[in-house]
Design a protein around this ligand. Structure first.
Ligand SMILES: *[C@@H]1O[C@H](CO)[C@@H](O)[C@H](O)[C@H]1NC(C)=O
Ligand SMILES: *[C@@H]1O[C@H](CO)[C@@H](O)[C@H](O)[C@H]1NC(C)=O
Ligand SMILES: *[C@@H]1O[C@H](CO)[C@@H](O)[C@H](O)[C@H]1NC(C)=O
Ligand SMILES: *[C@@H]1O[C@H](CO)[C@@H](O)[C@H](O)[C@H]1NC(C)=O
Ligand SMILES: *[C@@H]1O[C@H](CO)[C@@H](O)[C@H](O)[C@H]1NC(C)=O
Ligand SMILES: *[C@@H]1O[C@H](CO)[C@@H](O)[C@H](O)[C@H]1NC(C)=O
Ligand SMILES: CC(=O)N[C@H]1CO[C@H](CO)[C@@H](O)[C@@H]1O
Ligand SMILES: [Zn+2]
Ligand SMILES: [Zn+2]
Length: 548
């Protein structure tokens, strides 16, 4: 859904149902594929859904997925639209989308609240880079207000008279990251930060989603890999797949889709680039990657990294509407990995792109929540991206929903697209020494940003510390209970809320947040799982900004 930007933000519930029903009818009719493509293109142009060229290219881009899914799907238009647009659109009970994962028959160990490490204990730093969205057609001075889902590109023409062209270092008017922004960031990291590990949480290509081939996606993935190898050759990078790595965007066919629509081309690229070429991942990660784009590996003694393919829960992945049950067996696999880690006394960091809360399909999200509940002692960090904003989600104990037991961090994007400044995140983690009491717990995190307007004005890009979590929010540690206290404080302490709101947009705030907006934002912080009304009943904040 994301990426259809203007389209999805104006897509009403009724229009969605009519659209899906209409497509369904067309496919059940005896028209040829070519005839249906023509009809869809004409409708797209006539209804001014997008510009003519975006319609022409876009319909072609999405046709294989739409045909493939509508021929095989079980879900009714109501169910599909309810999944995409939320419970207020439709929630008919659907036995096909309801499934429960089976936990292993092992006893959950007693909950241990970790104690902070002695001062002076060694600290490991981990950098998170998310949503780079490298635009290889970015052109300084080009049209930044082109009326399409992404602008500032070499084929967008000249800016209107009196309107500034695309900025040299990036642009807030709906544009992705130019190469010089990415290179500047990597040079800055090489020179100014001491760290050994990067969590790279997906979304490498630009948002020109109407015009992307498999070869385009493969070559952007290679470009990003090579840039990291060039500027940070000694750093280990652990990548996760974003929704933009697919063709078309969001489309990640589970293993039951074979033949020309199979997802194998992408998994093969991951193996070639990240195992064979970059050597970031060990060769035993290959089988899991080929099955579904996920893997697990030991990053340091005692610290296991698990990289999930969150597109297997993404609402925009239409292939899931053929069969939502644990796509690619990923969650059952996750349980086995976590059990082994628990047995071996390892701690686990989980990485992924789409956060498990808001935009994940309900059953997957609730099953994941149950797994986090069971393995709360083992999972010491969760790292996601996709929203381009800086936020987090808290997990509570399933029984009472009152004891916070885990937090997932949603770091901001490198691209300024989505009304934000570019950012990266540094986590300070306890560990990599024997006898640590607080192994691999996150001690604090820092967010660094680049003020795009200032960089363009001075032509001197400077990455600045925006804030440090403990200090900004007055926390004594980054334990889940402390984050829960922060959320409670946000409700009554307006100054603190304004601070959170500023960081959410990475200090590029263009609108105020009224009472309703505030309630939505705070509610989403309490939702580690989607469609959950236990603690609060607000639709997710930010649906209007869905350009992830
Ligand atoms: C499709 O073609 C078949 C056989 O030619 C015909 O029986 C059927 O009515 C047609 N369906 C539609 C929707 O036109
Ligand atoms: C899954 O578990 C929930 C809660 O225990 C239960 O209500 C639901 O019926 C189960 N669904 C299936 C398909 O077994
Ligand atoms: C689970 O384990 C317990 C104790 O080890 C055993 O008594 C029980 O039969 C097992 N249940 C299943 C379903 O395997
Ligand atoms: C599609 O992408 C190619 C480059 O990959 C570019 O040359 C062309 O202008 C693009 N067309 C549209 C309509 O965006
Ligand atoms: C859906 O996938 C699950 C898990 O792979 C499988 O057990 C089930 O039979 C499938 N359902 C259908 C209707 O194909
Ligand atoms: C962790 O410690 C081991 C053993 O001292 C060392 O070889 C390794 O480089 C360290 N890893 C990181 C990421 O600091
Ligand atoms: C998009 C943007 O901010 N562009 C500005 C970048 O800075 C130069 C130099 O001041 C301006 O000319 C651009 O308008
Ligand atoms: Zn994304
Ligand atoms: Zn993104």
């Amino acid at each position: 859904m994301v990426s259809y930007s203007k389209f999805s933000s104006s897509l009403t519930c009724d229009a969605c149902k009519i659209l899906v029903k209409g497509l369904d009818d067309l496919i059940q009719s005896n028209l040829t594929e070519a005839e249906i493509v023509d009809i869809a293109t004409v409708v797209c142009i006539a209804a001014k859904i997008e510009s003519e060229r975006v319609c022409r290219y876009g319909v072609r881009e999405f046709k294989d997925e739409v045909f493939g899914v509508l021929v095989g799907h079980y879900a009714s238009p109501d169910q599909i639209c309810g999944s995409i647009l939320g419970d207020s659109c439709a929630v008919p009970y659907d036995p096909n989308s309801d499934w429960n994962i089976t936990l292993l028959n092992t006893t959950k160990p007693p909950v241990v609240v970790p104690k902070p490490p002695k001062s002076g204990s060694p600290v490991v730093k981990i950098v998170q880079l998310s949503d780079i969205h490298y635009d290889r057609m970015y052109l300084e001075g080009s049209n930044a207000e082109c009326g399409e889902p992404i602008c500032c590109r070499s084929n967008d023409g000249q800016p209107a008279p009196g309107v500034p062209g695309a900025g040299k270092w990036g642009d807030h008017r709906g544009c992705d990251a130019p190469l010089r922004l990415i290179e500047n960031l990597l040079q800055h990291l090489a020179k100014n930060q001491e760290f050994h590990i990067i969590y790279l949480t997906g979304d490498f290509p630009a948002h020109d989603v109407w015009n992307q081939t498999r070869n385009d996606q493969i070559s952007v993935l290679k470009d990003i890999t090579n840039l990291l190898l060039k500027y940070l050759p000694t750093v280990k990078v652990y990548p996760a797949l974003g929704n933009h790595e697919g063709v078309p965007v969001n489309a990640f066919p589970p293993p039951y889709v074979t033949g020309k629509n199979s997802g194998e081309w992408l998994y093969q690229t991951m193996v070639t680039e990240w195992i064979s070429s970059a050597k970031w991942l060990p060769s035993d990660a290959q089988d899991d990657i080929m099955r579904g784009g996920y893997y697990s590996t030991l990053a340091m003694p005692g610290l296991r990294v698990v990289s999930l393919n969150m597109n297997m829960c993404g609402k925009g992945n239409w292939w899931l509407y053929i069969n939502e049950t644990d796509p690619a067996g990923q969650l059952q696999w996750l349980i086995n990995v976590l059990q082994k880690a628990e047995d071996n006394k390892e701690k686990v960091h989980i990485l992924g792109h789409i956060p498990p809360g808001g935009t994940c399909l309900k059953a997957w999200s609730w099953n994941y929540y149950r797994i986090v509940n069971r393995y709360e002692n083992t999972i010491t960090g969760q790292f996601f991206g996709h929203k381009h904003k800086d936020t987090f989600e808290i997990f509570y104990d399933e029984k009472t929903m009152s004891r916070p037991l885990s937090v997932d961090y949603i770091a901001g994007s490198v691209t300024p697209n989505g009304q934000v400044n570019p950012s990266y995140r540094v986590y300070e983690v306890d560990g990599n020494y024997t006898g640590t009491s607080w192994l691999q717990m996150i001690l604090d995190h820092q967010t660094y940003i680049l003020y795009i307007t200032e960089a363009n004005l001075t032509d001197k890009p400077v990455w600045k510390l925006e804030y440090s979590a403990k200090m900004a929010y007055g926390m004594s540690s980054l334990l889940p209970s402390e984050w829960n206290n922060v959320v409670n404080k946000l409700e009554n302490d307006n100054a603190l809320f304004q601070k959170y709101y500023q960081y959410y947009f990475k200090s590029y705030v263009t609108s105020a947040c009224d009472t309703k907006c505030k309630a939505k934002m705070i509610c989403s912080l309490k939702k580690g799982r989607s469609h959950d009304k236990t603690l609060c009943d607000e639709e997710e904040y930010g649906l209007q900004y869905m350009v992830c």
